[in-house]
Design a protein around this ligand. Structure first.
Ligand code: GLN
Length: 215
């Protein structure tokens, strides 16, 4: 029920003013799961569907879903250019799966006419794991998040095929394929920490948001 997802009910506890204001792009995909995780971590969460809603946030999550649909909806809702401007202006943004595709400067195996927002100096390939292995789980070493491996769930996820000089690899599969990257205030993962109870990527993102608020 979407009424449960209004920002009022997602605030953690009564001390809402203490948490950073984080929007979740809610055009399509698993935005509810991200909203719940972020609220549980103390953020003041709002769902973003209109350009003016970008003005009230200090960070944004772009969820998993279907990047070609999200792209189309972002243009229909007049969000594409405001989102690009926000990214260029330094807004911290975390994209998971389709969200990572939206953040990539270059998308391989895009559908005809599909555009991304860009910002991450990477090339990603959509649906990169082939029909036999589209969805799988594995444990990843992510040194930036500490010694414990991250349990990662992939659902028709992309792979980062090349990482430009501006971006940094945070995690790779055992075969070397890159599945988590960051670049300044931007963070992207091919997998879905929002559905596994693994909150260290969201914490890592919230640290970027808090640093920006404090700056
Ligand atoms: N395959 C989807 C796309 O191309 C991404 C899948 C996901 O977000 N779980 O956008």
């Amino acid at each position: 029920m979407t009424t449960n997802l209004r920002s009022e009910s997602l605030d953690a506890g009564g001390a809402a003013s203490a948490g950073p204001r984080v929007g979740v792009l809610a055009l399509q995909g698993d935005f509810r799961e991200h909203a719940r995780v972020l609220a549980g971590l103390g953020a003041r969460v709002s769902l973003v569907r209109r350009p003016d809603e970008l003005e009230a946030i200090d960070g944004l999550v772009i969820p998993g879903g279907e990047s070609s649909v999200m792209d189309k909806l972002s243009r229909i809702f007049g969000l594409q250019q405001p989102l690009r401007a926000a990214i260029a202006g330094g807004l911290p943004v975390y994209g998971t799966c389709a969200g990572l595709i939206m953040l990539a400067d270059t998308v391989l195996d895009a559908i005809a006419g599909q555009e991304s927002l860009g910002g991450l100096d990477v090339e990603v390939r959509r649906n990169a794991f082939g029909s036999q292995n589209q969805s799988f789980e594995t444990d990843l070493e992510v040194p930036a998040l500490g010694a414990d491996p991250v349990h990662a769930v992939f659902i028709r996820g992309p792979v980062v095929e090349s990482v430009g000089s501006g971006a940094t690899t945070l995690a790779s599969l055992a075969d070397g394929r890159v599945v988590a990257v960051e670049q300044g205030n931007l963070l992207g993962t091919s997998f879905h920490p929002e559905i596994t109870g693994e909150h260290r990527f969201h914490e890592y993102f919230l640290a970027k948001v808090r640093a920006r608020v404090a700056a």
